[in-house]
Design a protein. Structure first.
Length: 279
């Protein structure tokens, strides 16, 4: 009999971490850092409530730190299985995790305690990462297969499908991860999946309706145009992954179409620059 337990990403937005178990296999989906609230750091340092050494596989829905940030700690605590994620997510994680480690080490030094993990743990977990393609079943043995589908959230984001045998029947579970908000300029639309027995859905923005893309573009154009007319400087705070690249793309499109003049633009984030190179 299969079961799922929640070890993060429930009761709060961050720290996604789910354990899927059958009689023969333990699979973790996502292993994220808790962020953005008073007790987040204390939660990150707590032991996992399952034995990482008993986990055979980890599947990653996407490479935001609240979904991958504790992977090196999982290795530190004994995990030696295989980490599956899309090839693009693996490329992003190879940039994002070292940057995250540097921040964790600086904070630990300032607070006078040991860091959550070290360089050897980061190198160890990255040696276990295997980048895979969408819609290609992965045989995990004992009648279990897993398949990644395009979630359309950020580059390389995935919906994780797990199929297994239970009482002579095939059962199917989908972990949504964060889902996209199509249409977006750099991604394909979220892939629609079918024939589920169980669906685990993340819903960070499930309480709102976003404006249409054309409205977003017009608002950006209006702000840029207004700033230029005032001979001003426009500063845009942005996530290093996906948001920065989207904004750069949209600004370039506005220039190409003549909607705004070619003006100096700067990305003031070493991490965002490295991630843009991956894009």
């Amino acid at each position: 009999m299969a079961k799922i337990t929640f070890h993060g990403g429930a009761g709060t937005v961050t720290g996604a971490n789910y354990l899927f178990e059958t009689d023969s296999c333990k699979i973790v989906v996502d292993c994220g850092l808790n962020q953005g609230f008073k007790y987040a750091e204390a939660l990150n340092y707590q032991p996992f409530k399952y034995n990482p050494a008993e986990v055979k596989y980890v599947f990653i829905t996407h490479s935001h730190i609240d979904h991958i940030g504790r992977l090196p700690k999982l290795y530190k605590d004994g995990f030696r299985g295989t980490v599956y994620m899309s090839a693009s997510a693996a490329d992003l994680a190879a940039v994002a995790l070292p940057d995250n480690m540097n921040q964790i080490q600086q904070e630990a030094h300032a607070d006078g305690h040991e860091p959550l993990f070290g360089p050897e743990d980061l190198a160890g977990i990255m040696s276990l990462v295997k980048g895979v393609h969408y819609d290609t079943p992965i045989d995990l043995g004992t009648g279990i297969t897993a398949t990644l589908h395009d979630a359309g959230h950020i580059l390389g984001s995935s919906i994780i499908e797990i199929d297994w045998q239970e009482k002579g029947e095939t059962k199917r579970l989908f972990f949504s991860g964060d889902l996209g908000n199509p249409p977006t300029p750099l991604l394909r639309p979220t892939e629609f999946v079918h024939d589920a027995d169980y669906v685990l859905v993340e819903s960070a923005y499930g309480d709102r309706v976003h404006e249409q893309r054309e409205e977003r573009k017009q608002r950006l154009k209006d702000v840029v145009t207004s700033t230029i007319k005032k001979n001003g400087t426009l500063m845009i705070p942005s996530f290093a992954t996906e948001r920065t690249q989207e904004i750069l793309f949209e600004l370039e499109e506005l220039i190409k179409t003549g909607a705004i003049p070619r003006i100096p633009m700067y990305v003031d984030s070493p991490l965002a620059i490295k991630l843009t190179a991956v894009y």
